[in-house]
Design a protein around this ligand. Structure first.
Ligand code: NAD
Length: 448
């Protein structure tokens, strides 16, 4: 790994990765590779997570291809030095900001969207002119294998390479001196990454997780809320970082919402062939232990051999329940109730800042209250998870749910250092000694 990184460092110092033409060509190569490997990736995602062909395309392959096309179109504009204003006392000077690549980037991915969550940041890292080492999740083994083949066939390892192995390998990689680390995974491992990065003062993006709440108030369109919640929660069998982790429904509409939610699940998620499975036995056990059978009002069909858990609703849950002690990350949906929005906001405020939050309401005051009083990475009003699909807005967490953001132009900015330049045309020496009283008076006037 050390030799590989050294090779990348040497290659980067040739400056080849920096030109517009090179970056564009590599993005085109990545697009072609992903198109060529579309079927292989789909098959691997099915093997690892039982992802349907539609899900594999919409949330992983197509998702990234769309970003590549956008990046190719916008790259020239993104790369242009940005002109900025200059204060009057620097008269005769031009100011601008150059986006320069950091250098050697490390991308570490999780298992749940094992292709997209390393390839999407890769788009940004390429667009910004870096070299990259990718460390995919060791748990999505079939996808890892396809990624190795696809990347090795497409890029020279001194430019982009994939390193595989378990957490010890990731740990060894983190001991090396990279110029930027992009990590997606759990908050626990995020802390390890941050600590290791601090040894070299390496900047990081940490895309982490947590318990993302959904609030459904008494004015909400319950049919739409039920279908959005079911979609966001049970996509990829609940193994989505921004899935609604738990729902708070206003007590007055609880029964109606529950009824509609069951109808939605029956309508959309009763085809087992289209429904995801849990990544490995350890997580299957963990999730099974989170289910309190006395609270189950729907679902709870399981098959250990297939690592299958059907969409499961736990009702009348409280913060004392096991399921509320950790991020669920599976197809289990706890429902809690509230009567007073201010009190609910106080409860959520006491928890860690979530990665996502969703509010369903027709009352603008309620919506604004939630959006202004609670801090969270990002979210949606009258929808779930779709903020991740808009490349124009940054995607990331806050506090324990993450640090930094990416997608679209924000990916380019994430992987670029902003180098500020003042470019002097006129040699003014007002600030240079020797200083007279008159000069000080003048400076006082200017700096007011
Ligand atoms: P994880 O943190 O267990 O693993 C992620 C990566 O970290 C893997 O590549 C693994 O090799 C590495 N790793 C694990 N232990 C390590 C250690 N001790 N030292 C160094 N590296 C180590 O995460 P996961 O279980 O694969 O993914 C699920 C988590 O990721 C959830 O918490 C979820 O919310 C989060 N997630 C966040 C986003 C986001 O965009 N914010 C997206 C997907 C998943």
């Amino acid at each position: 790994m050390k030799t590989l990184l050294e090779k990348q460092r040497r290659y980067f110092s040739t400056n080849e990765t920096k030109s517009f033409a090179f970056r564009k060509e590599q993005l085109i190569k990545l697009r072609k590779a992903m198109t060529d490997y579309e079927e292989a990736l789909k098959a691997a995602l099915y093997e690892d997570l039982h992802k349907s062909s539609f899900e594999a395309y919409a949330t992983e392959i197509g998702f990234t291809l769309h970003s590549i096309s956008k990046a190719i179109k916008q790259l020239k504009k993104w790369m242009k030095p940005k002109k900025e204003k200059t204060p009057i006392f620097m008269f005769g000077t031009k100011s601008y900001v150059i986006s320069e690549p950091y250098g050697q980037v490390l991308i570490i991915g999780p298992y749940n969207y094992p292709a997209q969550l390393v390839l999407e940041p890769l788009v940004g890292a390429i667009a910004s002119g870096n070299t990259v080492i990718i460390k995919p999740s060791e748990y999505a083994t079939a996808t890892e294998k396809v990624l190795v083949e696809m990347i090795t066939k497409t890029f020279d390892p001194s430019y982009i390479a994939v390193v595989t192995g378990d957490y010890k390998v990731t740990s060894e990689l983190l001991d090396l001196r990279f110029d930027y680390i992009f990590f997606t995974g759990s908050t626990r491992v995020g802390q390890i990454v941050y600590e290791k990065a601090s040894k070299h003062l390496t900047p990081v993006t940490l895309e982490l997780g947590g318990k993302s709440p959904t609030i459904i108030d008494e004015t909400a369109d319950l049919g739409k809320a039920a279908s959005s919640v079911a979609f966001g929660k049970f996509l990829n069998a609940g193994q989505t970082c921004i899935a609604p982790d738990y729902i708070y429904v206003h007590e007055s509409i609880h029964d109606k919402f529950h009824e509609l939610l069951v109808l939605e699940i029956n309508k959309r998620f009763n085809d087992r062939e289209q429904f995801g499975t849990i990544i490995h036995d350890g997580h299957f056990e963990r999730l099974s232990n989170l289910i309190d059978p006395s609270k189950v009002t729907y679902g709870h069909e399981t098959n250990k051999d297939d690592k299958f858990i059907s969409p499961t609703i736990l009702d009348h849950v409280t913060w004392d329940d096991k399921v509320m002690q950790e991020e669920i990350f599976g197809p289990i949906l706890p429902i809690l109730t509230y009567t007073n929005l201010d009190e609910l906001i106080d409860i959520i405020k006491q928890k860690e800042k979530p990665l996502a939050l969703y509010v369903f309401s027709r009352n603008r005051n309620n919506i604004n209250k939630v959006l202004t009083e609670l801090s969270f990475g990002g979210g949606a009003v009258n929808d779930t998870i779709m903020h991740v699909s808009n490349g124009h807005i940054p995607f990331g967490g806050v506090g324990q749910s993450g640090l930094g953001a990416y997608h679209g132009k924000h990916s380019f900015e994430t992987f670029s250092h902003q180098k500020s330049i003042v470019d002097k045309k006129l040699h003014l020496t007002l600030a240079y000694p020797p200083y007279s009283k008159g000069r000080e008076k003048l400076v006082k006037k200017i700096l007011k």
